[in-house]
Design a protein around this ligand. Structure first.
Ligand code: SF4
Ligand code: SF4
Length: 377
């Protein structure tokens, strides 16, 4: 008898991001590194699948999709040869690099010129960045960014994990001098959200939103741009992600570990039930990281623009039932996301959009960096 069940495709939508973890080794030891959970960091030093196997996997499962590759780690610049080999094999793909920025000055022009975006991790200001990453890292990263800036084919984006309650508006705002865009994400760490820390973050968010709406040009902060975009152009909050999370983990983000195993979220590679595929075994199934009835998003005031900010957080808090993580991390972050939405509403984003020149509207609507980060903080 024929089954009426329609098979769900492994990839939803026309695009797919292949996030290749080229090594799990890193030359820094950031104190909050999410790969530290489950001892993932450092466990696989080299890619052990062949590039022929990767090509086979791409041809079998990703044909017909627009493919973009993010080189990720560990620290991917430690594996320059591999990056170069993948870029040479697939000259039609788009490429992005996620890096700690300390070795950027060693990248050849050929590689820099072909990168559509470079995400550089930084934690805000100098004292805070060096506190988490090591003495001198902040200056070294900014020196490297300025040294390569003219040679990068695409954009440079600061990726800020907003951990410290002392990160100031000035420290974040300053980053727009050195980068084309600034992306920030609230740290997912126990103990980061006592009431006084939340109050300080709210103050900084309110100032960032004010700066966005008082700027004559586009104020290049991705989470604020994305929130405004989703409010004034709501179709763009759903279409590229089949209505799922904007970080792509439920639809089209494949994190390929150095051994070829594939997971939807780079922070959940320690959970066996999250295994989604394998380059060596040449199989792929739909992302197991999906919305669940116990998640609170459907009744949340922020849902229309947030669209389930971080599925990892929601999964751990509401599916795995980690009550402490829910109270200490997920609920405070959701409160901050709702606050961001309220602050944006106070400035009447529709009226702002109506008076902006076309060039600003276009950048707000279709900035390519939305495809490379989670958009929501
Ligand atoms: S703020 Fe939290 S509860 Fe609300 S939609 Fe976003 S992730 Fe879901
Ligand atoms: S936003 Fe959350 S679910 Fe999405 S990739 Fe990042 S950690 Fe994973």
């Amino acid at each position: 008898m024929k089954s009426n069940k329609r098979e769900v495709p492994a990839i939803l939508g026309n695009r797919v991001e292949l996030q290749l973890l080229t090594t799990l080794r890193c030359n820094l030891k950031c104190s909050y590194c999410s790969l530290g959970v489950g001892d993932v960091l450092g466990s696989q030093r080299n890619v052990t699948y062949s590039l022929d196997a990767l090509d086979r996997f791409i041809a079998t499962h990703l044909a017909g999709h627009e493919i973009y590759v993010t080189f990720y780690g560990g620290e991917p610049t430690l594996k320059l040869d591999l990056m170069r080999a993948v870029m040479k094999r697939h000259p039609r793909f788009r490429f992005q690099l996620q890096t700690n920025g300390t070795l950027l000055d060693g990248l050849p022009d050929w590689v820099l010129g072909r990168l559509s975006n470079i995400l550089v991790s930084i934690d805000g200001g100098e004292k805070i960045t060096d506190g988490y990453r090591g003495h001198g890292v902040y200056r070294r990263v900014l020196r490297n960014v300025n040294a390569i800036r003219e040679r990068v084919g695409g954009t440079l984006t600061a990726r800020v994990t907003w951990s410290s309650a002392d990160t100031s508006f000035e420290e974040l705002d300053r980053l727009k001098q050195d980068f084309d865009y600034v992306y920030f994400q609230f740290v997912a760490q126990d103990g980061a959200y006592p009431p006084e820390a939340v109050a300080k973050k709210r103050e900084v968010i309110a100032r960032l939103v004010r700066a966005f709406f008082s700027s004559e040009t586009l104020y290049p902060f991705i989470p604020i741009m994305g929130t405004v975009r989703n409010k004034v152009l709501p179709a763009l909050a759903t279409e590229p992600y089949a209505g799922m999370t904007q970080c792509r983990a439920s639809t089209h983000l494949l994190n390929v570990m150095p051994d070829g195993k594939i997971y939807p979220c780079p922070d959940l590679m320690y959970l066996p039930e999250m295994l989604q595929g394998d380059v060596v075994g040449n199989w792929l199934k739909p992302s197991p990281l999906q919305p669940h009835p116990d998640m609170p998003c459907a009744h949340c005031a922020a849902f229309a623009f947030c669209r389930r900010n971080c599925m990892k957080n929601l999964h751990l808090a509401y599916v795995k039932g980690d009550a402490r993580y829910r109270e200490d991390v997920v609920e405070p972050i959701c409160d901050l996301v709702r606050f961001l939405g309220e602050e944006v509403d106070r400035h009447d984003p529709h009226a702002w959009f109506a008076r902006m020149p076309l060039s600003v509207r276009e950048q707000l609507a279709s900035c390519a960096v939305y495809e490379y980060v989670e958009i929501m903080p």
